[in-house]
Design a protein around this ligand. Structure first.
Ligand SMILES: *Cc1c(COP(=O)(O)O)cnc(C)c1O
Length: 383
């Protein structure tokens, strides 16, 4: 379909991911389980050689993800962290990475526990003010600026275009972890970022039944290195997981519209609740990140962070009292989830300057009826 880039995203999602090698007309791509592909002759370059390097089902997925992000190149990985690690392999020893002071726990762990052993060091910055990023470059050999927006778990909004402009001025690649938004609500490459990383486990798949990740770039030189990292590093997804993700992605638009509509209603409810001290949801006009979010996002997704009055004990009580919201990690699926980041995802930051508040509760709003979700929060907050 040559005209696809002119169609709306929700239309393209439904039709993306056909297998280009398929001659049967199948609406759904087959799952190619072959580990290796036979070649006609040593003189003819084959489309596929070995599945770690390239596989038709994975190719269908990568083409679909590239289409959604309007990216030139896409690389699928076996998990979001596989993708984060893959992007981090672009760094060289001796370099520093700038990171936001609130960042997904395992990204924090990678940059503070594993990579320093390879002489790659993190430097944390409050990126909600982009001038802090510029200031942090002085006197450092910064090899990459890494950010996520909104941040996990505190929902801080970072101006991606402003940080990307700083990166461009200094010739430093800017990587954006877009797991909280999916391409349906935010396209970092359009905003000037060089690298997009996404945990496809989250919104893109949306059904909590696979692990996956992706790295997307427009730049040919970055793509060449990422192709090597994917092929030689080997953190590739199985053909079955690629197929499952293609299936999950088809309903991305419907799910995300529902999730953000319910999340906005829930955020408004929480903002008016006497037992709630603060709510972070970029869709609220009162949110400190609202103006930037409006500029760079086309929707606000289904993630909410709120602080319970009464500190850690009160927050734990609310989480434990939930009946419909499931106490589970992960996010972005059809089921609504409630989590207490300080013991779960915020654990590695606990006790540090970047620890999330001990009263912080995180919600991933699913696609259930919003009245049922509100009723569950009402009873949980009453305990
Ligand atoms: C979940 C998550 C990841 C890691 O993805 P996995 O698929 O769980 O490995 C990375 N970044 C963010 C922002 C996430 O929420």
């Amino acid at each position: 379909m040559e005209t696809t880039t002119r169609q709306h995203l929700e239309t393209r999602i439904v039709h993306a991911g056909r297998d280009a090698t398929d001659r049967t007309g199948a609406l759904v791509p087959p799952i190619h389980l072959a580990a290796a592909f036979s070649r006609e002759s040593l003189d003819v370059a084959p489309a596929f050689v070995y599945s770690r390097r390239g596989n038709p089902t994975r190719r269908a997925l990568e083409d679909a993800l590239a289409e959604l992000h309007e990216a030139e190149h896409c690389f699928a990985f076996g998990s979001g962290m596989g993708a984060v690690s893959g992007a981090a392999m672009l760094l060289k020893s001796g370099q520093t990475v700038l990171l936001p002071d609130d960042v997904y726990t395992n990204t924090h762990r990678l940059f503070t526990s594993l990579l320093p052993g390879h002489q790659i060091d993190p430097h944390f910055v409050d990126m909600t003010d982009a001038t802090h990023v510029e200031a942090a470059l002085a006197g450092r050999d910064v090899g990459m600026i890494w950010l996520e927006s909104p941040t996990n778990p505190s929902m801080k909004v970072i101006d991606i275009a402003a940080v990307a402009a700083i990166g461009r001025r200094h010739g430093i690649p800017v990587a954006v972890d877009n797991s909280y938004c999916s391409p349906y609500f935010q396209k970092p490459l359009d905003l000037g970022a060089d690298i997009v990383v996404e945990s496809t486990t989250k919104y893109l798949n949306g059904h909590d039944d696979l692990m996956g990740g992706t790295v997307l770039v427009n730049d040919g030189a970055l793509a060449e290195r990422l192709a090597m990292i994917q092929y030689v590093g080997g953190a590739v997804p199985s053909p079955f997981d690629c197929w499952l993700l293609l299936r999950g992605m088809k309903t991305l638009a419907l799910r995300m519209e529902r999730q953000q509509a319910s999340a906005l209603a829930i955020a408004r409810y929480l903002a008016g609740h006497p037992r709630v001290a603060a709510v972070r949801y970029p869709g609220l006009e009162s949110d400190p990140g609202h103006a930037i979010a409006r500029r760079q996002m086309t929707g606000y997704s289904g993630m909410i962070a709120f602080e319970v009055r009464g500190g850690a004990e009160a927050a734990r009580r609310v989480v434990n009292a939930a009946r419909l919201f499931q106490r589970a990690g992960g996010l972005g699926g059809v089921e609504s989830l409630i989590s207490y980041p300080i013991v779960g995802s915020g654990a590695s930051q606990a006790g540090t300057a970047m620890a999330p508040s001990s009263a912080l509760v995180r919600l991933s709003v699913g696609i259930e009826n919003v009245e049922d979700l509100l009723a569950d929060l009402r009873q949980a907050l009453a305990t």
